[in-house]
Design a protein around this ligand. Sequence first.
Ligand code: SF4
Ligand code: SF4
Length: 439
Amino acid sequence: MRALTLKDLDYSVLQQCMHCGMCLPSCPTYESTKRERHSPRGRIALMRAVADGDLDVGAELAEEMNYCLGCLACTTACPAGVDYTTMFETARAETEASPLTGTVKRRFLRWLLLNQVFLYPGRLQLIGHLLRIYQNSGLDLIVRKLKLPYLLGRSIGDLEPAAPQMNREFSDECIDLWEHPPEGVKVRGKVGMLTGCVQSLAFADVNRDTVDVLLHNGWSVFTPRTQACCGSLHAHNGAPLLARQTGENLMSQFEREFPGLDAVITNAGGCGSHLKHFSSVIDADMATQWDEKVKDIHEFLVETGYRIPEGSEAEIHALTYHESCHLCHGQGIKSQPREILDSLPAWQREELPHSDTCCGSAGIYNVLQPEESARILDRKIESIEKTSATCVVTSNPGCHLQIQGGLQKHGLDISVTQPVSLLAEAYRIQSGNSPVDKS
Ligand code: SF4
Ligand code: SF4
């Protein structure tokens, strides 16, 4: 089977752009360079030229598609409803498949991450275990001090400190296969919990908090073991066939083990955006039903109703909210996380300037385009500094790590957390610091 090319696309998708330019101010790469070719309009013109046969798929298109973050801010800004996601993913796949594009280093990193690591949940867990031993033993500090990773090349050396800190317990270790609301909480239904790939290892505590919040609100939670990657990284990085393969694995893992769930919950913006569109990747009735079942945790809580945490705090702290691109632009979820944050007794939310502009993480963009990613991150940190917040809240593991790294680099004593963790903490404080019971 071969992936779709730009020439295969429905031509009306490529014709939608009316060249108005309203998307330009929202595009982070246009903001960096002020060059038309680095804007959504410029990229769409290139893609259309390929579809029309006026331009070959080569270095020019590849460079542009690799420079694009895939943040989808242009889709929100566009009054014509341009389907940039479809064009972008198709063009990325076409350039990645072309032998004329990409450097050896880029091809190696991409192959390593997409084909050898994120395709195999068991391998990812093994790497997580090894990384946890390495970090907990203190060996990482010695290795970094001696600059040993640079013996493997500058890119590896630069990457090593950015490796996420592994949790003491991974999701499969701190969440049971089935958990039920504690006594006294009326059961409202059964949901599945998507633990994610990086999220499952480096943010298992956020997954634990998500399950606690669901239990507290009367939902029984089913969490399959060693879950497959959802495939969003593959889809956004020009590997649609791998995205399809890993997506099918994940969906059948849930449907095979427990078919009657009321909803499947995700707490990572990037995964959720992809998981809600399986029917566009996988041609099966099951995929359409799956799309309707997948819910972002904030969306689910606000839609079904959640317990507002009670408490009167002597001290109120200021927080600000950075929106994950794939939560706000990919899924259109903007008000629900804010509503949850505004219901927390101990926190006052201050709006972040340009809260829906990308932080530069964008999947593996910070690995493949480190310089542009750092420029975009610096602008995000400048925005955060304009607030009086002592805490930045976001809802995607990539954004969490990227912003945490930026704050550290700038020497700012500002913590980073996620909305669902603050809600779980508020429930715990309300019930006397005891975690939600497992039955
Ligand atoms: S996806 Fe983001 S970086 Fe790419 S063209 Fe759209 S706004 Fe610009
Ligand atoms: S806002 Fe939409 S229609 Fe206007 S230039 Fe950008 S993509 Fe084209």
